[in-house]
Design a protein around this ligand. Structure first.
Ligand code: GLV
Length: 333
């Protein structure tokens, strides 16, 4: 019997794909999407790492293991009449047209849970790095600008007794709250399904969260309801000394409004692991603002986490190919 064909949209370390390779023919995409300039005007423009090899394998594909950089939309699905599953190596699935998959009866898998700790850790890293001016101070030390122990140099913000507003009470929001408790932060939480009040955790409406928080941290998935949730009005509701932290999806923030708010001192700073678009061009105004810290979407980037994500995504594929329910389905097809 012929082995099923699985498209893996981007190259991953071979050991991470060993279980899939043992049972399937793999068609593996490039290590990185081509630069936008190289694809402009072709059918691959804006299509992440879909390249000739992966695109032309769609008619015989039984499964797609996608990364968040590749769109899986109606055009992809129409080109893949045999497709039995889409498995995203991410917890977020905003790159996938879920309605188009459901209309074709194709289940969609993702990788919840395994990246919670890594992403919550990175959220705290952003809070600490921005709040204590870690990058600026390290640059100054390296560049010979450390002339003495300075009583009023590199002054940052105190975390103990500060108020952290957590928008979104999924696994990552809750993991951030657990870490925040260790730093003495008081947490305000806004969510569609608010937590029960507990020591250090206060459920509030979004307006109260924005106006009372010293730090606002975003932990919602990107959806039509959350796109530009943080817009000019939301930013205007924040305190002038407030810091905005985003480790969710760039488009949850209206980035033009953010640039404007930062330039006018409406809020004090932003620490962003995610932007819109990604990668953010080096000429983008956010990079010219000293009160902004931008990371290249590394929330889940630990060796153990990324490997586990790949293995979970592979398990979703193998289950579907065996006709079994996906262990981690976002939709069941
Ligand atoms: C990362 O951003 C993910 O959604 O897994």
């Amino acid at each position: 019997m012929s082995r099923p064909t699985v498209i893996v949209t981007r190259a991953l370390p071979a050991p991470w794909l060993a279980a899939l390779a043992a049972e399937c023919e793999l068609v593996i995409g490039p290590a990185a999407p081509p630069p936008a300039s190289a694809v402009a005007g072709t059918r691959f423009a804006g299509r992440g790492a879909w390249c000739d090899a992966t695109w032309s394998a769609l008619p015989r594909a039984d499964a797609i293991l996608s990364l968040l950089t590749e769109p899986v939309d109606a055009a992809v699905l129409d080109a893949a009449p045999r497709l039995r599953v889409v498995s995203n190596m991410a917890v977020g699935v905003d790159n996938i047209d879920l309605a188009a998959c459901a209309a074709r009866g194709i289940p969609v898998g993702h990788t919840p849970g395994v990246l919670t700790d890594a992403t919550a850790d990175l959220t705290m890293a952003l809070v600490l790095a921005h709040g204590r001016r870690v990058l600026e101070a390290a640059d100054d030390a390296r560049a010979g600008r450390w002339s003495t122990w300075s009583p009023d140099g590199w002054l940052g913000r105190d975390l103990c007794d500060a108020t952290l507003g957590i928008v979104g009470w999924g696994q990552i929001g809750r993991a951030v709250a657990r870490r925040a408790a260790g730093f003495g932060l008081h947490c305000l939480v806004h969510s569609r399904t608010p937590p029960a009040p507990a020591a250090g955790i206060e459920p509030v409406g979004l307006a109260a969260l924005l106006s009372r928080s010293d730090i606002v941290s975003l932990h919602v998935p990107l959806s039509p309801q959350t796109r530009h949730l943080v817009d000019a009005r939301a930013l205007a509701a924040m305190q002038p000394h407030a810091l905005l932290v985003n480790t969710s999806r760039g488009a949850v923030v209206d980035q033009d409004a953010l640039v404007d708010a930062l330039r006018r001192g409406v809020i004090a700073g932003a620490a962003l692991d995610v932007t819109d678009p990604e990668p953010l061009p080096p000429t983008h105004p956010l990079f010219s603002l000293p009160q902004v810290l931008v990371l290249p979407h590394i929330g889940s980037a630990t060796l153990g986490t990324r490997r586990t994500m790949a293995e979970l995504a592979a398990r979703n594929v193998l289950a579907a190919l065996r006709g079994e329910p996906l262990p981690h389905a976002i939709t069941r097809g």
